[in-house]
Design a protein around this ligand. Sequence first.
Ligand code: MN
Length: 256
Amino acid sequence: MNDLASLAERIINGSIEVIDLTSPLHSRTPILQLPPAWGQTRPFQLEEISRYDDRGPAWYWNNFSTGEHTGTHVDAPNHWVTGRDRGDVSQIPPDRLIGPAVVIDRVAEATANPDYLLDVQDLEDWQQQYGPLPKAGWLLFRTGWSARGDDPERYANADDQGSHTPGMTLAAATYLAATDLLGVGVETVGTDAGQAFGFEPAFPCHAAVLGAGKCGLTQLRNLNRLPVTGAVVIAAPLPIVTGSGSPARVLALAEK
Ligand code: MN
């Protein structure tokens, strides 16, 4: 049997598990709230066109509206000014949406300190234990934050200083930007910390990683079900021409 036939067979027989890393989309799906000086994204909204009724007797369908960066989504390189010439979401080569995934677990740290920042030492320690970061792969930053994902207030964890959610340092972002990764995935609303609007420079992960032509993956769930190494992650954003990102279905394949 060739590799693809074997893969298909193993998905059917359950020895390779398909794990959905995607958060559901609805009107309470958490969205990023920036300081009021800046433009804001819209929540997800469904508008019914017909539902087996006089507007369409045999069919049900909706219009929807939302921002490109709602729920589980891909940040395309052109989302950030540093990556403005690096391509829009429709231009991400499809083979740069699928790759081996590794998980760095900082649930304990992020639970103890919501402003926890991943640093270069964490990445070096991880590689000491598990080997190099995967070429053309995803680094998934597990914080446990997705457990808050059904409650937008707990998810944003904001006070009068803004949102308090985990992220990474400028040094870690710069380090990751220089790797062969496809991109970085997180459980939070964005790849930067909640307080990163005030960092110097602001939003270092967006600036470094997207500027290097890589992607961000956000609002991931079920990272606890992935092995530390050995999974394959498939991110499928909509090919919005000129778009800066898109809601995406993100699936992982993992040996059972
Ligand atoms: Mn985004």
